[in-house]
Design a protein around this ligand. Structure first.
Ligand code: PA5
Length: 428
């Protein structure tokens, strides 16, 4: 992964970072890098996720999914960090095994989805670190019932990925289901390079060793300077732009296959950094599609945003056929790849011309190695930004509040959060 920060400097953009501020920022990056290295060495909660390229056992993951090989599809039941990493890999890479993600609990959507899938040749992967998340457990119970209704032995087709204890662990023990463990010290949104993100990828036939190899190379590029480390450059620049007024960060990959990556990134950035009245709001965008909508606001709206582009250097291409229509003759003989590249360059230049800060992330291809590299780098960028904000990157009290309130409202326990919801309900 390469990062170009030229359009984030104050000679181009407003807000922008003065060149001399970069050196001051770099010395803060050096201090933060030391703190991160200490946290990693001590296997502290959260920092441990940056050790995954060394600690993940891809052989054990492949072995665990081996009994499920031959399935025509896989249903992944999980939400947030327990779904988005795996979904990012799945939507970016081609496979003959279809992967479905049951994260939301919208009943009509779930009903339609389950009708569409041939459950008799489907594997089910239930993922919850805590083992208590209401959406995940409810969706799993619905899938289990749907399988039973179709005479499918759900226990034969299911494995769970969870922590040491919790309802899901109890369920796995009760039915003797195979299980994978979520590693200690790795919060959900940082878990893509572990059992959580890689098991479904392995069943889909993706080369999970290449994913980890890409991550390992990203890990090796972490140094105490933003000038040498693309991950730290991105994290530090996004933070510096935020405190200068770019409170919104639109993540805009120019690749359909990276649309879910933008969703994964938005979760990682928002849930990790939104604390203590601080944090930058991530927005999901897609090039070239959102040039026809959001771009209007980014270029001509308030100067409170930055745009992050992800550009893919090399991809398979489709030729645009020649046409005898004179007005379209400029397209014939060119290709869709050339067109999307031109769209990207035009958008990048148009934002720079309007003084809107933007950062370009470039990857070579959308493949296992480069995805592993990108995902690790963005995790490290988030960790760096968290250090610079001075917040606890690895907790999510607001998310936990909502989970407890929902459980309490459904009678799943005595939670003061649920009482607060009841008190606020003016319609009662
Ligand atoms: O990053 C996080 O902690 C969250 O997004 C969780 O992954 C999400 O809430 C799901 O939690 P669990 O894996 O415990 O079901």
């Amino acid at each position: 992964m390469r990062v170009d920060i030229g359009n984030a400097l104050d000679e181009v953009a407003t807000p922008g970072i003065p060149e001399d501020a970069l050196d001051r920022l770099d010395s803060r990056v050096a201090d933060a890098h030391e703190r991160i290295a200490e946290g990693r060495a001590a296997h502290e909660h959260g920092y441990e996720s940056l050790n995954l390229p060394e600690t993940v056992d891809t052989g054990a993951i492949r072995e665990a999914v081996e009994p499920f090989q031959g399935s025509e599809s896989i249903i992944n039941v999980g939400i947030g960090g327990s779904a988005l990493g795996s979904a990012t890999l799945s939507s970016a890479l081609e496979s003959d095994v279809d992967a479905y993600y049951l994260d939301n609990v919208d009943p009509e959507w779930i009903e339609r989805l389950l009708e569409e899938i041939d459950l008799s040749s489907t594997a089910v992967n239930v993922v919850s670190r805590s083992g208590t998340t209401a959406e995940t457990l409810s969706n799993f119970l619905v899938v289990q019932q749907a399988m039973e209704d179709e005479g499918v032995d759900w226990a034969e087709r299911t494995w769970v990925t969870t922590g040491e204890s919790g309802n899901l662990r109890d369920l796995a023990d009760k039915h003797d289901l195979p299980s994978l463990k979520v590693p200690d010290g790795v919060p959900g949104r940082f878990s893509v390079l572990s059992t959580v993100g890689l098991a479904s990828a392995a069943l889909q036939g993706h080369d999970i060793d290449a994913i980890v190899e890409g991550a390992r190379d990203a890990e090796r590029s972490l140094s105490g300077s933003l000038y040498d480390s693309p991950a730290y450059a991105y994290g530090a620049i996004a933070h510096a732009l935020d405190i200068r007024g770019a409170g919104v960060n639109a993540m805009m990959p120019y690749s359909e296959s990276l649309e879910t990556f933008a969703e994964w990134y938005a979760q990682l950035w928002a849930e990790s950094l939104g604390k203590d009245g601080l944090g930058q709001t991530p927005v999901r965008a897609l090039g070239a599609t959102d040039q026809h909508s959001q771009l209007q606001l980014y270029r001509a709206g308030p100067h409170d945003k930055m745009v992050t582009f992800v550009q893919v250097a090399d991809r398979d291409d489709v030729a645009i056929p020649e046409t005898d229509l004179e007005g379209l003759s400029y397209l014939g003989g060119s290709s869709l790849g050339e067109l999307i590249d031109a769209e990207f360059e035009a958008t990048e230049a148009s934002l720079a011309a309007a003084d809107v800060p933007n950062v370009r992330i470039e990857i070579d291809r959308v493949d296992e190695y480069n995805l592993g590299n990108l995902l690790y780098n963005m995790k490290a960028a988030t960790v760096m930004a968290g250090e610079l904000y001075g917040i606890d990157t690895y907790v999510q009290p607001a998310v936990e509040w909502g989970k407890k309130a929902a459980r309490g409202l459904l009678g799943g326990g005595d939670f003061e959060e649920a009482d607060a919801v009841a008190e606020k309900n003016v319609f009662e």
